[in-house]
Design a protein around this ligand. Structure first.
Ligand code: SF4
Ligand code: SF4
Length: 422
């Protein structure tokens, strides 16, 4: 569900598959005591992921993925009108809204593009300054953790959790758009804590998937995240501690968010948060500020996806989401090796995105955990529904959700009408 914003190279010089042997294998234990609480099934043959294998990165170098359509898909983020057509939700106005949403993220990316870096998407966001030499001593890790969470919310985070650095989720390699080659991916050493923040995406925009109109939810989500993680990192740097901000780069956001107690893993391959379901973006700040760690949470998602719901798999147009049980079998090199989980085929998914000339989020829209929680009555209903979904009455919960029309698509024309009359 993420899109690298790198300006696409005009030529292809790579035709290899990044190596999966030797240096890519994890040099540390594949298991962690918190895994069970997180719902992780990490196997002995676990391998860290190489970001050059990420489907969006492969769109830059792999001739099996890269095509004229893929090049235009990337270019469309920057070139006004590219991909626009006379279809509701895909007009020049819809693409204009989507591309405008990306501007905050683009400013972060542009900062380092000439050096072959793509800050926030392929490379961590380089800190704007060194830590203050006059360190503000923290009272206690507990109080500092509460304070950093309050500061994160002040800047716009919708939920915050803290966990430990976990090398398993860090990419072995990243990709240089300048050299069109892999390069080692690592954050500076000695940062034992990870602050994970989530921000909710626009509910009505997400309801418009599939369409370019809905793309505002993704682009603006990334833009907010880029600003937010840099603000939190800057706060910590000013206190005299080290802080490195990440968005899509450096490591896998979802396992970190689960470890930090922000949600569970769903059949649709997304983080399902308690308050916003899968309708979130995730950012991280690695730091040596003394902090305490949160515990993973469970509120019934795994059981609901496993026993009752298939809505995301049924709704996915290219059938990229599995109807079956979690498995370690992976049909694509863009998937992780050595984790038993619900698999989502990124090649099928991305092909659908490219054919739309914009991204998709149908599996986010239809998920029953995706509810509008901005009003008291809808918040109340969602709390009730969540309890029902976690009880033996799971089928009733799913039927109720259908009967009340949740998950249905909003026509982009209706989105614009509401937008204009507010
Ligand atoms: S193509 Fe399928 S998996 Fe991909 S975003 Fe759309 S619904 Fe989700
Ligand atoms: S749509 Fe249903 S099966 Fe898919 S992630 Fe959401 S709850 Fe799980």
């Amino acid at each position: 569900m993420s899109a690298s914003q790198a300006a696409p190279p005009e030529r292809l010089t790579l035709d290899h598959q990044p190596n999966r042997e030797g240096p890519w294998r994890l040099q540390a234990p594949a298991h962690h005591p918190k895994d069970e609480a997180c719902g992780f099934e990490v196997l002995d043959d676990f391998e860290r992921f190489n970001q050059a294998n990420d489907i969006y990165t492969r769109g830059q170098w792999d001739p099996r993925i890269r095509s004229e359509k893929v090049i235009n898909w990337f270019k469309g983020m920057f070139k006004p009108g590219l991909g626009a057509r006379a279809a509701e939700g895909y007009t020049a106005r819809d693409f204009a809204l989507r591309n405008a949403g990306w501007m905050g993220a683009n400013l972060t990316i542009q900062r380092s593009l000439s050096e072959g870096r793509v800050d926030g998407f392929l490379d961590y966001i380089r800190p704007y300054s060194a830590p203050s030499p006059d360190r503000v001593e923290s009272v206690s890790p507990e109080e500092t953790s509460e304070e950093v969470k309050r500061v994160s919310r002040l800047f716009g985070a919708d939920a915050v959790g803290i966990t430990h650095y976990d090398p398993r989720w860090h990419y072995t390699n990243s990709f240089s758009t300048k050299a069109l080659a892999e390069k080692p991916a690592a954050i500076p050493e000695g940062l034992p804590h990870v602050i994970v923040i989530v921000t909710a995406m626009h509910y009505e925009a997400v309801k418009c998937y599939p369409s370019a109109t809905a793309g505002i939810a993704v682009g603006h989500g990334y833009s907010r995240d880029c600003e937010l993680v840099q603000s939190i990192a800057t706060y910590i740097l000013n206190l005299g501690y080290r802080a490195v901000a990440c968005v899509n780069d450096t490591s896998l956001a979802i396992p970190y968010a689960i470890q930090a107690g922000l949600g569970e893993y769903g059949r649709n391959g997304l983080l399902i948060t308690k308050d916003f379901g899968p309708r979130v973006r995730i950012g991280r700040i690695h730091t040596d500020l003394p902090l305490v760690h949160d515990q993973p949470i469970r509120f019934g998602v795994r059981e609901f996806c496993a026993t009752t719901c298939r809505r995301c798999a049924d709704a996915c147009p290219p059938k990229a989401i599995s109807h079956g049980a979690p498995t370690e079998k992976v049909p694509s090199q863009s998937m992780m090796i050595g984790i038993r989980k619900w698999q989502v085929d990124p090649e099928r998914c991305f092909k659908f995105w490219v054919n739309q000339a914009t991204e998709c989020g149908i599996c986010m829209r239809v998920c029953p955990y995706n509810k509008d929680t901005s009003r008291w009555w809808s918040r109340g209903y969602y709390r009730f529904w969540r309890r029902l979904a976690a009880s033996p009455l799971k089928r009733l919960a799913l039927r109720l959700d259908f009967a009340l029309g949740f998950g249905a698509r909003m026509k982009p024309a209706e989105f614009w009408r509401r937008f204009r009359t507010r």
